[in-house]
Design a binder for this molecule. Structure first.
Ligand code: CP
Ligand code: NVA
Length: 320
Protein backbone atom coordinates (compact mmCIF):
# COMPACT_ATOMS: atom_id res chain seq x y z
CA UNK A 1 0.00 0.00 0.00
CA UNK A 2 3.04 2.25 -0.29
CA UNK A 3 1.25 4.18 -3.03
CA UNK A 4 -1.16 5.80 -0.60
CA UNK A 5 1.48 7.12 1.82
CA UNK A 6 1.17 10.88 2.28
CA UNK A 7 -1.89 11.19 0.01
CA UNK A 8 -5.23 12.93 0.71
CA UNK A 9 -8.63 11.24 0.50
CA UNK A 10 -11.12 13.97 -0.37
CA UNK A 11 -13.25 11.81 -2.66
CA UNK A 12 -13.47 8.10 -3.43
CA UNK A 13 -12.51 9.12 -6.95
CA UNK A 14 -9.02 9.81 -5.52
CA UNK A 15 -8.55 6.01 -5.42
CA UNK A 16 -7.97 3.65 -8.32
CA UNK A 17 -9.82 0.32 -8.48
CA UNK A 18 -6.62 -1.47 -7.44
CA UNK A 19 -6.07 0.86 -4.47
CA UNK A 20 -9.66 0.33 -3.38
CA UNK A 21 -9.25 -3.44 -3.58
CA UNK A 22 -6.02 -3.31 -1.56
CA UNK A 23 -7.65 -1.13 1.11
CA UNK A 24 -10.61 -3.51 1.43
CA UNK A 25 -8.33 -6.55 1.62
CA UNK A 26 -6.26 -4.80 4.28
CA UNK A 27 -9.40 -3.90 6.24
CA UNK A 28 -10.44 -7.57 6.20
CA UNK A 29 -7.01 -8.66 7.45
CA UNK A 30 -7.10 -6.06 10.22
CA UNK A 31 -10.54 -7.25 11.26
CA UNK A 32 -9.37 -10.88 11.28
CA UNK A 33 -6.33 -9.86 13.35
CA UNK A 34 -3.90 -11.51 10.92
CA UNK A 35 -1.82 -8.32 10.81
CA UNK A 36 -1.30 -5.71 13.51
CA UNK A 37 0.56 -2.72 12.06
CA UNK A 38 2.03 0.00 14.28
CA UNK A 39 2.23 3.54 12.98
CA UNK A 40 5.36 5.48 13.89
CA UNK A 41 6.85 8.75 12.69
CA UNK A 42 10.48 9.41 13.56
CA UNK A 43 10.26 7.12 16.58
CA UNK A 44 7.10 8.65 18.06
CA UNK A 45 3.35 8.06 17.96
CA UNK A 46 1.66 9.98 15.11
CA UNK A 47 -1.17 12.38 15.95
CA UNK A 48 -4.52 12.48 14.15
CA UNK A 49 -6.60 15.67 14.37
CA UNK A 50 -10.39 15.46 14.05
CA UNK A 51 -11.71 18.86 12.93
CA UNK A 52 -15.48 18.41 12.97
CA UNK A 53 -18.01 21.12 12.06
CA UNK A 54 -20.91 18.67 12.47
CA UNK A 55 -22.03 16.08 15.02
CA UNK A 56 -20.66 12.54 14.82
CA UNK A 57 -20.73 9.33 16.82
CA UNK A 58 -19.39 6.61 14.51
CA UNK A 59 -16.84 8.58 12.52
CA UNK A 60 -15.32 10.27 15.56
CA UNK A 61 -15.13 7.13 17.70
CA UNK A 62 -14.10 4.73 14.93
CA UNK A 63 -11.30 7.03 13.74
CA UNK A 64 -10.13 7.50 17.33
CA UNK A 65 -10.11 3.81 18.25
CA UNK A 66 -8.48 2.87 14.93
CA UNK A 67 -5.70 5.40 15.58
CA UNK A 68 -5.20 4.16 19.16
CA UNK A 69 -4.99 0.56 17.91
CA UNK A 70 -2.25 1.67 15.51
CA UNK A 71 -0.33 3.15 18.44
CA UNK A 72 -1.17 6.74 17.47
CA UNK A 73 -2.85 9.57 19.35
CA UNK A 74 -5.94 11.65 18.62
CA UNK A 75 -6.82 15.29 19.11
CA UNK A 76 -10.53 16.09 19.00
CA UNK A 77 -11.10 19.54 17.46
CA UNK A 78 -14.81 20.39 17.44
CA UNK A 79 -15.32 23.56 15.42
CA UNK A 80 -16.63 25.61 18.34
CA UNK A 81 -13.38 25.03 20.25
CA UNK A 82 -11.24 26.46 17.44
CA UNK A 83 -10.62 29.97 16.17
CA UNK A 84 -12.20 28.95 12.85
CA UNK A 85 -15.54 29.42 14.59
CA UNK A 86 -14.50 33.06 15.23
CA UNK A 87 -13.50 33.64 11.63
CA UNK A 88 -9.82 32.65 11.39
CA UNK A 89 -9.21 31.97 7.68
CA UNK A 90 -8.94 28.32 6.65
CA UNK A 91 -5.73 29.00 4.76
CA UNK A 92 -4.12 30.11 8.04
CA UNK A 93 -5.61 27.31 10.14
CA UNK A 94 -4.52 24.69 7.59
CA UNK A 95 -0.89 25.84 7.66
CA UNK A 96 -0.80 25.96 11.46
CA UNK A 97 -2.41 22.55 12.01
CA UNK A 98 0.01 21.13 9.44
CA UNK A 99 2.90 22.08 11.76
CA UNK A 100 1.46 20.07 14.71
CA UNK A 101 -0.44 17.13 13.28
CA UNK A 102 0.59 14.11 11.23
CA UNK A 103 -2.83 13.50 9.65
CA UNK A 104 -6.13 15.38 9.68
CA UNK A 105 -9.73 14.19 9.22
CA UNK A 106 -12.31 16.91 8.57
CA UNK A 107 -16.11 16.83 8.69
CA UNK A 108 -17.58 19.96 7.17
CA UNK A 109 -20.24 21.29 4.81
CA UNK A 110 -18.48 22.56 1.71
CA UNK A 111 -16.18 20.21 -0.22
CA UNK A 112 -14.24 23.31 -1.24
CA UNK A 113 -13.17 23.91 2.40
CA UNK A 114 -11.62 20.48 2.40
CA UNK A 115 -9.75 21.37 -0.76
CA UNK A 116 -8.30 24.44 0.99
CA UNK A 117 -6.95 22.23 3.79
CA UNK A 118 -5.52 19.78 1.28
CA UNK A 119 -3.85 22.61 -0.67
CA UNK A 120 -2.36 24.34 2.38
CA UNK A 121 -1.46 21.36 4.59
CA UNK A 122 1.18 18.86 3.53
CA UNK A 123 -0.07 16.14 5.90
CA UNK A 124 -2.77 13.77 4.59
CA UNK A 125 -6.28 15.25 4.72
CA UNK A 126 -9.25 12.87 4.94
CA UNK A 127 -12.86 13.65 4.11
CA UNK A 128 -14.82 12.58 7.20
CA UNK A 129 -18.07 13.75 5.48
CA UNK A 130 -19.00 16.81 3.49
CA UNK A 131 -22.32 17.74 1.90
CA UNK A 132 -20.94 16.21 -1.32
CA UNK A 133 -19.32 12.95 -0.20
CA UNK A 134 -18.77 10.46 2.63
CA UNK A 135 -15.93 8.27 1.32
CA UNK A 136 -14.93 6.63 4.63
CA UNK A 137 -18.47 5.37 5.10
CA UNK A 138 -18.43 3.63 1.75
CA UNK A 139 -15.11 1.88 2.48
CA UNK A 140 -16.85 0.22 5.44
CA UNK A 141 -19.98 -0.50 3.38
CA UNK A 142 -17.99 -2.26 0.67
CA UNK A 143 -16.07 -4.22 3.30
CA UNK A 144 -19.42 -5.36 4.75
CA UNK A 145 -20.74 -6.40 1.33
CA UNK A 146 -17.52 -8.23 0.50
CA UNK A 147 -17.50 -10.18 3.76
CA UNK A 148 -21.16 -11.15 3.23
CA UNK A 149 -21.01 -12.21 -0.41
CA UNK A 150 -17.31 -13.06 -0.75
CA UNK A 151 -16.90 -10.72 -3.73
CA UNK A 152 -18.16 -7.38 -5.02
CA UNK A 153 -18.13 -7.21 -8.80
CA UNK A 154 -21.36 -8.23 -10.45
CA UNK A 155 -23.53 -7.53 -7.39
CA UNK A 156 -26.30 -4.91 -7.51
CA UNK A 157 -26.76 -2.27 -4.81
CA UNK A 158 -29.90 -0.15 -4.65
CA UNK A 159 -29.84 3.13 -2.76
CA UNK A 160 -33.24 4.55 -1.85
CA UNK A 161 -33.93 8.12 -0.77
CA UNK A 162 -32.13 11.42 -1.03
CA UNK A 163 -29.38 11.73 -3.66
CA UNK A 164 -26.97 12.97 -0.97
CA UNK A 165 -23.33 12.65 0.13
CA UNK A 166 -23.69 8.94 0.91
CA UNK A 167 -25.38 8.25 -2.43
CA UNK A 168 -22.59 10.13 -4.23
CA UNK A 169 -19.81 8.13 -2.60
CA UNK A 170 -21.75 4.90 -3.23
CA UNK A 171 -21.93 5.79 -6.93
CA UNK A 172 -18.16 6.27 -7.09
CA UNK A 173 -17.37 3.28 -4.87
CA UNK A 174 -19.59 0.85 -6.78
CA UNK A 175 -18.13 2.04 -10.07
CA UNK A 176 -14.59 1.48 -8.75
CA UNK A 177 -15.29 -2.10 -7.64
CA UNK A 178 -17.47 -3.10 -10.60
CA UNK A 179 -20.83 -3.27 -8.81
CA UNK A 180 -24.11 -2.24 -10.42
CA UNK A 181 -25.74 0.66 -8.63
CA UNK A 182 -29.31 1.87 -8.84
CA UNK A 183 -30.41 5.12 -7.22
CA UNK A 184 -34.13 5.49 -6.53
CA UNK A 185 -34.94 9.06 -5.54
CA UNK A 186 -37.97 11.34 -5.91
CA UNK A 187 -37.97 13.84 -8.78
CA UNK A 188 -35.75 16.75 -7.83
CA UNK A 189 -33.69 14.73 -5.32
CA UNK A 190 -31.45 12.76 -7.69
CA UNK A 191 -27.68 12.79 -7.36
CA UNK A 192 -25.41 15.59 -8.50
CA UNK A 193 -24.90 15.39 -12.30
CA UNK A 194 -21.14 15.86 -12.08
CA UNK A 195 -20.79 12.92 -9.67
CA UNK A 196 -22.98 10.71 -11.86
CA UNK A 197 -20.79 11.56 -14.85
CA UNK A 198 -17.64 10.88 -12.84
CA UNK A 199 -19.00 7.48 -11.73
CA UNK A 200 -20.10 6.68 -15.30
CA UNK A 201 -16.60 7.46 -16.57
CA UNK A 202 -15.01 5.18 -13.93
CA UNK A 203 -17.50 2.44 -14.78
CA UNK A 204 -16.92 2.78 -18.53
CA UNK A 205 -13.15 2.63 -18.04
CA UNK A 206 -13.44 -0.47 -15.83
CA UNK A 207 -15.92 -2.10 -18.22
CA UNK A 208 -13.60 -1.52 -21.17
CA UNK A 209 -10.85 -3.38 -19.29
CA UNK A 210 -13.19 -6.42 -19.47
CA UNK A 211 -13.57 -8.07 -16.06
CA UNK A 212 -14.65 -11.71 -15.74
CA UNK A 213 -17.75 -10.76 -13.74
CA UNK A 214 -19.20 -8.64 -16.55
CA UNK A 215 -20.01 -4.99 -16.89
CA UNK A 216 -21.30 -2.75 -14.10
CA UNK A 217 -24.16 -0.35 -14.75
CA UNK A 218 -25.63 2.78 -13.20
CA UNK A 219 -29.40 3.31 -13.13
CA UNK A 220 -31.11 6.47 -11.89
CA UNK A 221 -34.86 6.16 -11.40
CA UNK A 222 -37.76 7.48 -9.36
CA UNK A 223 -39.38 4.01 -9.21
CA UNK A 224 -38.42 2.22 -5.96
CA UNK A 225 -39.79 -1.19 -7.00
CA UNK A 226 -37.95 -1.15 -10.33
CA UNK A 227 -34.76 -0.22 -8.47
CA UNK A 228 -35.05 -2.91 -5.81
CA UNK A 229 -36.08 -5.84 -8.00
CA UNK A 230 -33.44 -8.58 -7.80
CA UNK A 231 -31.01 -6.34 -5.91
CA UNK A 232 -28.44 -7.83 -3.51
CA UNK A 233 -27.99 -4.80 -1.25
CA UNK A 234 -30.62 -2.26 -0.20
CA UNK A 235 -29.19 0.92 1.25
CA UNK A 236 -30.85 3.96 2.73
CA UNK A 237 -29.97 7.11 4.63
CA UNK A 238 -31.85 9.94 6.31
CA UNK A 239 -34.17 12.00 4.11
CA UNK A 240 -32.75 15.27 5.45
CA UNK A 241 -29.02 15.45 6.15
CA UNK A 242 -27.16 17.51 8.74
CA UNK A 243 -27.75 21.17 7.91
CA UNK A 244 -31.18 20.43 6.36
CA UNK A 245 -33.09 19.93 9.61
CA UNK A 246 -35.68 22.60 8.71
CA UNK A 247 -36.61 20.62 5.55
CA UNK A 248 -37.12 17.30 7.35
CA UNK A 249 -40.86 17.59 8.06
CA UNK A 250 -41.85 18.65 4.54
CA UNK A 251 -39.82 15.85 2.95
CA UNK A 252 -41.59 13.00 4.78
CA UNK A 253 -44.57 12.64 2.37
CA UNK A 254 -42.32 13.05 -0.69
CA UNK A 255 -39.94 10.30 0.41
CA UNK A 256 -42.48 7.89 1.94
CA UNK A 257 -42.60 5.58 -1.16
CA UNK A 258 -38.83 5.04 -0.76
CA UNK A 259 -39.04 3.71 2.81
CA UNK A 260 -37.13 0.43 3.23
CA UNK A 261 -39.82 -1.83 4.68
CA UNK A 262 -40.78 -5.50 4.39
CA UNK A 263 -42.96 -4.88 1.31
CA UNK A 264 -40.09 -3.32 -0.62
CA UNK A 265 -37.55 -5.87 0.66
CA UNK A 266 -39.80 -8.60 -0.75
CA UNK A 267 -38.81 -7.47 -4.30
CA UNK A 268 -35.08 -7.85 -3.64
CA UNK A 269 -32.94 -10.99 -3.99
CA UNK A 270 -33.81 -13.61 -1.31
CA UNK A 271 -30.34 -13.27 0.20
CA UNK A 272 -30.34 -9.45 0.07
CA UNK A 273 -28.79 -7.48 2.89
CA UNK A 274 -29.91 -4.09 4.18
CA UNK A 275 -27.44 -1.33 5.02
CA UNK A 276 -27.87 2.11 6.60
CA UNK A 277 -24.94 4.39 7.41
CA UNK A 278 -26.72 5.49 10.63
CA UNK A 279 -27.95 7.45 12.47
CA UNK A 280 -31.40 6.23 11.37
CA UNK A 281 -34.81 7.77 11.71
CA UNK A 282 -36.72 4.56 12.35
CA UNK A 283 -40.23 4.74 10.93
CA UNK A 284 -39.11 7.16 8.22
CA UNK A 285 -36.48 5.89 5.76
CA UNK A 286 -36.39 2.42 7.38
CA UNK A 287 -38.80 0.45 9.56
CA UNK A 288 -37.95 -1.02 12.94
CA UNK A 289 -38.74 -4.47 11.57
CA UNK A 290 -36.16 -4.18 8.77
CA UNK A 291 -33.50 -2.56 11.00
CA UNK A 292 -33.83 -5.43 13.48
CA UNK A 293 -34.63 -8.12 10.90
CA UNK A 294 -32.62 -11.03 9.48
CA UNK A 295 -31.45 -9.09 6.41
CA UNK A 296 -29.99 -6.18 8.37
CA UNK A 297 -26.20 -5.85 8.49
CA UNK A 298 -26.14 -2.38 10.01
CA UNK A 299 -24.18 -3.29 13.14
CA UNK A 300 -21.44 -5.10 11.19
CA UNK A 301 -21.42 -2.12 8.85
CA UNK A 302 -20.94 0.28 11.78
CA UNK A 303 -18.16 -1.92 13.22
CA UNK A 304 -16.40 -1.96 9.87
CA UNK A 305 -15.99 1.82 10.00
CA UNK A 306 -13.18 1.13 12.49
CA UNK A 307 -11.46 -1.57 10.43
CA UNK A 308 -11.76 0.26 7.10
CA UNK A 309 -10.48 3.52 8.56
CA UNK A 310 -7.63 1.68 10.29
CA UNK A 311 -6.64 0.37 6.87
CA UNK A 312 -6.86 3.90 5.49
CA UNK A 313 -4.86 5.49 8.34
CA UNK A 314 -2.19 2.78 8.21
CA UNK A 315 -1.87 3.28 4.44
CA UNK A 316 -1.75 7.08 4.49
CA UNK A 317 0.76 7.04 7.36
CA UNK A 318 2.93 4.47 5.58
CA UNK A 319 2.55 1.91 8.39
CA UNK A 320 1.86 -0.84 5.84
N1 CP B 1 -22.38 7.16 9.59
C1 CP B 1 -21.76 8.19 10.19
O1 CP B 1 -20.93 8.88 9.62
O2 CP B 1 -22.13 8.35 11.49
P1 CP B 1 -21.73 9.58 12.42
O3 CP B 1 -22.45 10.79 11.88
O4 CP B 1 -22.23 9.19 13.79
O5 CP B 1 -20.25 9.76 12.38
N1 NVA C 1 -26.43 12.08 4.80
C1 NVA C 1 -26.19 12.11 6.22
C2 NVA C 1 -25.14 11.12 6.60
C3 NVA C 1 -24.84 11.06 8.06
C4 NVA C 1 -23.78 10.06 8.40
C5 NVA C 1 -25.78 13.51 6.62
O1 NVA C 1 -24.99 14.13 5.91
O2 NVA C 1 -26.25 14.00 7.64
Amino acid sequence: MGGLKGRDLLSLADLSSDEMKELLDLAAQLKAGTIRPRAEIEGRAPVLGLLFYKASTRTRVSFSTAMYHLGGQVLDLPLHATQVSRGEPLVDTARVLDRYLDILAIRTFDQQDLKVFADYAKVPVINALTDLEHPCQILADLQTIQETFGALSGLTLTYLGDGNNVAHSLLLGCALVGMNIRIAAPEGFQCDRAIVEQASAISARRNSEGTAAGKSEILLTSDPVEAVTGSHVLYTDVWASMGQEDLAESRIPVFQPYQVNDDLLHHADNEAIVLHCLPAHRGEEITDAVMEGAHSKVWDQAENRMHAQKALLASLLGAI
